[in-house]
Design a protein around this ligand. Structure first.
Ligand SMILES: Cc1ncc(COP(=O)(O)O)c(C=O)c1O
Length: 474
């Protein structure tokens, strides 16, 4: 039995539309092995085939419009039709479609991006390494912790502490960091040297009468007890998303990260901030680390780095880490880590343009201005009989569905209540996502306007009503 929350998404019970499958859907069902999906459901229901996007909307192949409440996978910050990003890619394809950064060479545009990124990075980070996905960036961070501690002559200091319900990706190392059963079961993960501590979910985890600060103190003490039990000289790093995303949009309780950092400092343990979702404005600051006073030693980001228009991720490090890498690579003759497409010029060009747009349009200021519309709207939905907790910050939020509000009791996962809400919302023209545990997530494009947020919330309110009626009749 896995010790991790076995909160796997369940069957989609109600297909969004009468199942008349298009030729494209049938081709897809014949040839495509889908990522992160219930393969049997895709096989029986067919996929929703999306053919174009405009602003915060996407359109299916039949021309039906959906407001995209998740920016795809938390990534299309600038929406689905930003022409400047397409032009940046086109320009770069004509100028220099590929070059690499191995062995002392570099595409000019990648250098420019490195400099620009360091200009917006949280204080204390000074160098950036490029990869292609969030998983790769986190894998790189794990390897870096190992390499760094070898460089410092501390070969035992290698364990990484992650958290239950964390989502850090699916490759061997990042999938091990992830704290959800679906990423481990039958994948022979987690790999050795990865540990998991408690999820900081105040609404579910606090004891009666316990304040947020006291709860944070208790979790920090638990973390320290784990470090001491393992031996501080065996623990190299702690990894956390500022706001947990795919594990349920879990906003940290007051004082949590401050206390965790005090523990880590006492035992010389690095902090890896996984900003794959929070980076680039999602929480109302450029990085979630800034929102929560995190001073990371390593920071990973991806997704909104290019507004999702091109695959690219980045890992930033402090001068202290860079110096150690420098010395070690001098000793070994090479820094033996990197990808063919590290700093690829086309995504680099798109990322540069994305950063320019964020700056020119003050996207972070826009997030702060419109966030109350989303957050107040979600909290208003907390009165719905299906909703146990509404939570969020900036333009990320969630509704946690419950069978019994007073007891905070979850539904039997087999009922697929979260997926019913998603299907009903889809029928009403809105795309949201059900996370493990019947948690409905919201992470719309950062450019969303107040009337569009209201449209999204109205569709979800209708979907909750539909689902409430359906669950009564089960
Ligand atoms: C916080 C976080 N880290 C890492 C990842 C993995 O990124 P990718 O899917 O690009 O490998 C994700 C993906 O959603 C994520 O949300």
């Amino acid at each position: 039995m896995s010790a991790f929350p076995n909160l796997a998404p369940t069957r989609v019970v109600a297909p969004a539309a009468a199942t008349v499958r298009s030729a494209a859907a049938i081709r897809d069902m014949t040839y495509h092995l889908h990522p992160s999906s219930n393969l049997a459901v895709v096989q029986s229901e067919g996929p929703l085939v999306i053919s174009r996007g405009e602003g915060v909307y996407v359109y299916d192949e039949g021309g039906r419009r959906y407001i995209e409440g998740m920016a795809g996978l938390w990534c299309a910050g600038l929406g689905f039709s930003e022409k400047r990003l397409a032009e940046a890619a086109h320009r770069q394809m004509l100028e220099l479609p590929f070059y690499h950064s191995f062995s002392g060479k570099v595409p000019a545009i990648s250098t420019e991006l490195a400099e620009q990124l360091m200009g917006v990075a949280p204080a204390g980070l000074s160098r950036v390494f490029f990869a292609n996905s969030g998983s790769e960036a986190n894998d790189s961070a794990v390897k870096l912790v190992w390499y760094y501690n070898n460089a410092l002559g501390r070969p035992a200091k290698k364990k990484i502490i992650s958290r239950m319900r964390a989502y850090h990706g699916v490759t061997v190392a990042s999938g091990s960091l992830t704290g959800l059963a679906f990423a481990h079961n039958d994948w022979d993960l987690p790999a050795p040297r990865v540990l998991h501590t408690s999820t900081p979910h105040y609404w579910r985890g606090a004891q009666p009468g316990e304040s947020e600060e006291a709860y944070s103190e208790r979790l920090a003490a638990e973390l320290e007890a784990l470090i001491l039990a393992e031996g501080a000289d065996t623990v190299g790093a702690f990894i956390a998303e500022p706001v947990m995303g795919a594990g349920g949009v879990i906003v940290p309780p007051a004082g949590y990260f401050e206390r965790v950092q005090q523990v880590l400092a006492r035992h010389d343990i690095l902090f890896i901030a996984d900003e794959v979702i929070c980076g680039f404005g999602r929480t109302g600051q450029m990085f979630g680390s800034q929102t929560y006073g995190i001073r990371p030693d390593i920071l990973t980001c991806a997704k909104m780095l290019t507004s999702g228009y091109q695959p690219m991720s980045a890992m930033m490090v402090t001068p202290r880490i860079f110096e150690a890498l420098l010395r070690q690579s001098e000793k070994l003759g090479v820094f033996g880590h990197g990808f063919t497409y590290s700093g690829h010029p086309v995504p680099a060009s798109v990322a540069l343009e994305t950063l320019a747009i964020y700056r020119e349009r003050d996207i972070v200021g826009h997030v702060r201005a419109v966030a109350p519309v989303l957050q107040d709207g979600l909290r208003a939905l907390a009165d719905h009989p299906l909703v146990g907790e509404a939570r969020g910050i900036g333009l990320i939020g969630a509704l946690e569905l419950v069978r019994d509000k007073r007891e905070r009791a979850s539904f039997d996962p087999k009922m697929g209540v979260g997926n019913r809400v998603v299907a009903n919302a889809q029928r009403r023209g809105a795309i949201v996502r059900s996370l493990p545990g019947d948690i409905i997530a919201f992470s719309p494009p950062l450019i969303i306007e107040p009337h569009e947020i209201r449209e999204l919330l109205d569709a979800v309110k209708g979907a909750l009503d539909d689902t409430w009626a359906q669950t009564r009749s089960i």
